[in-house]
Write a protein that binds this ligand. Sequence first.
Ligand SMILES: [Zn+2]
Length: 682
Amino acid sequence: MKIKILSMLFVASILLVACKDEQKEPVKEEKKETAITSEEDFNYVVDEFADLKILHYQIPGWEDLSLKKQKLVYYLTQAGLAGRDIIWDQNYKHNLAIREALENIYTTYSGDKSSDDWKNFETYVKRVWFSNGIHHHYSMDKMKPEFNKAYFDGLLKSTNTSLTGEAYEVIFNDKDAKKVNLNEEKGLIKGSAVNFYGENITAEEVDKFYANKKSPNPKKPLSFGLNSKLVKENGKLVEKVWKSGGMYGSAIDEIVKWLEKAKTVAENEKQAKALGLLIDYYNTGDLQTWDDYNVAWVDATEGDIDYINSFIEVYNDPKGYRGSYETIVQIKDFDMSKKMQVFEDNVQWFEDNSPIMDQHKKEEVVGVTYKTVIVAGEAGDASPSTPIGVNLPNANWIREAHGSKSVSLGNLINAYSQAGGSEKLKEFAHDEEEVELSEKYGETADKLHTALHEVVGHASGKINEGVGETKETLKNYASTMEEGRADLVGLYYLMDPKLEELGLTDDYEKLGKAAYNDYIRNGLVTQLVRLNLGDDVEEAHMRNRQWVSAWVYEKGKKDSIIVKEIKDGKTYYDIKDYQKLRVLFGELLSETQRIKSEGDFQAAKNLVENYGVKVDQKLHKEILERNEKFKSAPYSGFVNPVLVPETNEQGEITKIEVTQPASFEEQMLEYAKKYHNLPVKN
Ligand SMILES: [Zn+2]
């Protein structure tokens, strides 16, 4: 599971270094900025275009790692990047062909680059880079270019670029308009452009196909469908498996090559064993090996370096089977981890004192780890748009039997904070006290919420015996229900004296107030700036923030727990009774856990559809107007630091330096050249 940034506002309000004006000045001559040492000198914002902002991040403590550990990090980042093309093809079957054409134009066009048309073309290319394809990374909508077909034809011609047929037409027409469609009426598969299913396959056929697959041990269900594309051949459904020698084989072989190197510098036996199993899995595509790998990976907790690498999250599959390729390479952040250890040590207390029904509580919450890590490199679905926290593996039986690893991506969260400003908070907060609380306690509240969400939230509760995994029972509502449930665990405890007792805050009431204000404001108001007027809420995390907020608002109406106020034509939500709001969060948590435990699809559907999807058009319009004065882009992502190895005469690495790319386009073009490991058609 991944945690996307809780709320831009939330984080933007924390540290008041306003970098909005520090727009990048692309350094044309200098290829790379070298070794940035002090925080103040570091310009977090690299680029801004459309609704996007590109940030840098640093790798604090890099110099303190031994050369062997630096090598491990380096090999793992290379392994990740080696599979970069996979996510492009997974996202949409024509993405690689389109990218190649766009990049050829971008690098060879010698005509007028001062025209609006060219600037619009440039923006389109950057947006496509950012989304790893032609669909918006967050809204899932196909992005509309702001240049016309005639202009594009001219560019193709003058640069000798060839792009024909559907790959060409789709840039301008209405086909394949949504990457992932969760509206059943449009057909989950038919309505989704994502490249996980062949032509003419229905959701019912997929269900039937996988219902017939039986795991050797029903208590340890294999992740059927995780690493393949499902196609119809001669009227029969077949999986095209992503493995060496199979689909994406040429990229996978490159991944394996780097993983082999990583294995030679593993920190310990367990880590080496896990890497070995991952290599086996890539070579064979065998799902039993995948589970063996995950067990070994969860078990390998002693190293300072860790990583995620494979087909992991299933959010991009409307049916929730197939994993998107992603990788994150991490270095342990010892300082922050110490603080979060507190939650781990007390996880049973949180389970025992949870407002969920007793029969849904775990008698023993197993092996949850929570770590703040320093990210050293990302690729695939995790880049340039990144999660801020990750909790893996996804298979429930492994989580229950072996525990899970949960990390918060500390240096990325820090970069987000540094790049923000506080003016937005002032615009949307109801009163001065709310602003002050958010500024003083918002950052801690945010961190503790993420920690509670991951460590306690995802680990909490159990599914009734005989009830299936949520992807079978709650289907397309499984993700948003799980994220909402974990959020609610966090919300319930953010106003608990236990936090003060554990030394996590100096004032749990103020911390809780800040957390509740920020959550409700985001869930009911500010997250709407990410949507276009008329759009429904689609993304799982956005949905859960809205259904949680809208539900407690409605249930608390008669007691005026949250009051909607309109001042000078501006809408605000003001929390009048925090303790009663906490009780409501508890009630909703209990109900959400019941839905998960019993697999109550209808209740999940009602909750999400009634509270999480529709948007009040009048309010939305107002919010968008109020937001207009803030130029800052609603979405951010990152360029990766560049790890540059120095070698001696024998070709051995003697030193690895961290540099920063000069610009977003420089990194994207370099990646395209260096890690172009797939043909345009797969
Ligand atoms: Zn989560």
